[in-house]
Every structure is written in structure tokens, then in C-alpha cells.
Write a new protein. Structure first.
Length: 264
């Protein structure tokens, strides 16, 4: 897979913009390192400043950059692509909520194994029955509509989600099905978790925290699997090359910014 010139430029400019903004605003953020006197004296202000910068940048990547990059990557391959999708519905059937609770309870008690297709059918069967109530409109990190009309709703997460949050993640994905089904019970829908990279590479992603609650084949896409789903085979490797290219280009700017801390 190769990106078009337009895609590559958009991704490169996005990364440069985010990093340069972080660098220009770093004077205020760098004060965090001043509260760690032992670390500063052991490692030096320049290393502690860079460490703080990397932490801040990691937050930015996790909260906004990956969503925007995903939308750029997916745009040629889907009928519609939106990150931070805010057009989602805000009604749900109380009967669907009851079914969702039953699914959660059965999975927690190991009375059933995860099966997303079966779970979706159960929810859609009752999605327009009983009392329909208005709820807070969900925020979707990444929405895709394929050319065959299938709708994909992704919640992007950090590389190592906390096990205590897994049940909440599952409930959210099922609720999205119920909300969409309250308007169109015949919708072709996929809801899942997208994790931008595998922290265990070259070993497989450790999925044990999701086992028993998630249909791993249908609800979880990690690293290469996630990016190649969006852009086609080879997307993951091509994207890494773009990140590396931008990193090499910006390295002098980053080094110059943090060299100022060496003399302090």
C-alpha cells in the first residue's frame, strides 16, 4: 500500500503542526520537571525536560492525532469518514438496555461466550420496542461508512487499557448498537475498539484482559490489523515510514529546543 501524495502531505503536516505547537508552548509545560528535584539532579534538566515533553506528546497522540490520522488513512476506502463524529442519535429503548444488561451479566458469569453477531441481533430485535427515551448524545472517535452501507463505529483506546474499564468499554459498544437501532433496526453495524499500536511487538498483543467479555475477532483491532483495515495491506508499515520521516526532519528543532536546558 502506498499513500497518495495528498494523504502523505496531510499526515506529515498534521504531525509537524502538533509537535511544533508542543515545542513552542513548552516553556510553561516544562515547569512540571521543577517539582522533581531528585530526578533533575540525577539526570539533568535537559533530560527531564525532554522526558516531560515526550509524556505530553504521548497524550496528544493518544487523544487527537491518531484519530485524525485514521480519518486521513481511511478516506479513499470508505464512502464516508468522520473523526469525532457528533451526528449520532440520542435515543434508546429501555428494552434494549435490559438486553444489554443481560448480555453483560451472562458474560461476567461465563454463562455465554462473546459473540458480537448474536449480541447485535438480540439488541436490534428490541431496539424499537418499549419506552424510547432520550439520553446524552455519544461521542464517536471514528465513524466509517463502507460502500455497501455497513457502518463502523470505533472507540480508540490507549495501548494498555485497564482491566477494570473493560466492562464499561463493552457496555458502550453495545449501547451504540441500541442507540443506532432505535432509529433503524435494519442497520448494518459494527462497533469496536481500535488500538493504534501493539506495545508487545514483535510478540502478539496480550489480549487476555479482553477475553471473556469481547469477541476478539470482531470487536478488537490492534496495531497493524487496525491500520490495514482502514487503508489496506501494507498501510501500517507505510505509516511508520511517514512518522519516521517527520521525526528525522524535526530532530534538529527538537534538539535545539532542549539544548537550552543543558546550561541551566
Amino acid at each position: 500500500m502506498t499513500f497518495s501524495a495528498t494523504q502523505q502531505t496531510k499526515i506529515e503536516e498534521l504531525l509537524k503542526q502538533k509537535i511544533r505547537r508542543k515545542l513552542s508552548n513548552y516553556s510553561s509545560e516544562s515547569q512540571e520537571s521543577q517539582s522533581m528535584p531528585f530526578h533533575v539532579r540525577l539526570l539533568g534538566k535537559d533530560r527531564m525536560a525532554l522526558f516531560s515533553f515526550i509524556q505530553s506528546l504521548n497524550t496528544t497522540l493518544g487523544t487527537s492525532v491518531f484519530e485524525q490520522v485514521a480519518a486521513i488513512v481511511a478516506s479513499p476506502n470508505f464512502r464516508r469518514v468522520v473523526n469525532q463524529y457528533r451526528e449520532f442519535d440520542n435515543t434508546v429503548s429501555e428494552n434494549a438496555q435490559v438486553v444489554i444488561q443481560e448480555i453483560i451479566d451472562n458474560l461476567r458469569a461465563a454463562r455465554e461466550t462473546p459473540d458480537k453477531a448474536r449480541e447485535i441481533k438480540k439488541i436490534l430485535d428490541v431496539a424499537q420496542t418499549g419506552t424510547i427515551k432520550t439520553i446524552r448524545r455519544p461521542r464517536i472517535d471514528l465513524f466509517l461508512e463502507s460502500h455497501d452501507g455497513t457502518e463502523y463505529y470505533f472507540d480508540l483506546k490507549t495501548a494498555k487499557p485497564n482491566r477494570d474499564d473493560i466492562i464499561g468499554f463493552k457496555r458502550k459498544l453495545l449501547e451504540w448498537v441500541a442507540i443506532r437501532g432505535s432509529v433503524n433496526r435494519d442497520v448494518k453495524i459494527f462497533t469496536g475498539i481500535g488500538i493504534p499500536y501493539n506495545p508487545y511487538e514483535p510478540q502478539p498483543y496480550d489480549r487476555w484482559t479482553f477475553q471473556g467479555m469481547f469477541d476478539l475477532e470482531r470487536e478488537l483491532k490492534v496495531g497493524k490489523e487496525f491500520w490495514d483495515f482502514l487503508g489496506g495491506k501494507g498501510t501500517y508499515e507505510a505509516l511508520l515510514e511517514i512518522f519516521e520521516k517527520v521525526g528525522i526532519e524535526l530532530r534538529p528543532e527538537i534538539d535545539q529546543r532542549f539544548s537550552a536546558f543543558t546550561a541551566q
